[in-house]
Design a protein. Structure first.
Length: 146
């Protein structure tokens, strides 16, 4: 089973069971953001995690095996058209250089890891309109001189 078929199978089971990523993550004892990413094919799961996810959803071992496969992280290089994804793309376009400057001013010449990384998404209720709070937490990796 390839990652695309795996994702389609997982999404179908999730919908059939009326589950949310938040509920699934809580029930499985993992971050719902990581779980979503793994189920969408952008991260791999350990054999134990993969089996637990497949069993939880009532899916077969082919799904578990596909969850374990290391992904090739490739995405469409054109500007995204989905409004939510486009806005995140826009944020990086508008604030990317600013984030780079601020991070490097505080830490030095380097990058924020997307490997040693976690992310949380929270809802903050606000009388002027609810707010989306995205927290990204990545290890700083300095560039080396040689």
């Amino acid at each position: 089973m390839d990652k695309l078929t795996m994702t389609e199978t997982i999404i179908a089971a999730k919908i059939e069971k009326s589950l949310t990523w938040e509920t699934m993550g809580s029930d499985l004892g993992v971050s719902p953001v990581w779980l979503t990413s793994a189920c969408l094919g952008m991260n791999s799961a350990t054999p134990e995690q993969a089996s637990a996810i497949a069993e939880y959803l009532g899916l077969d071992s082919e799904v578990a095996t596909a969850l374990e496969v290391f992904p090739t992280k490739v995405w469409d290089q054109t500007v995204p058209t989905d409004p939510l994804i486009y806005r995140l793309y826009e944020i990086v376009g508008v604030y990317g250089d600013t984030l780079k400057e601020v991070i490097q001013e505080k830490f030095g010449d380097g990058i924020m890891s997307a490997i040693d990384f976690s992310m949380d998404v929270e809802k903050e209720e606000n009388p002027k309109g609810d707010r989306v709070v995205v927290t990204m937490n990545g290890k700083f990796l300095p560039y080396k001189s040689w």
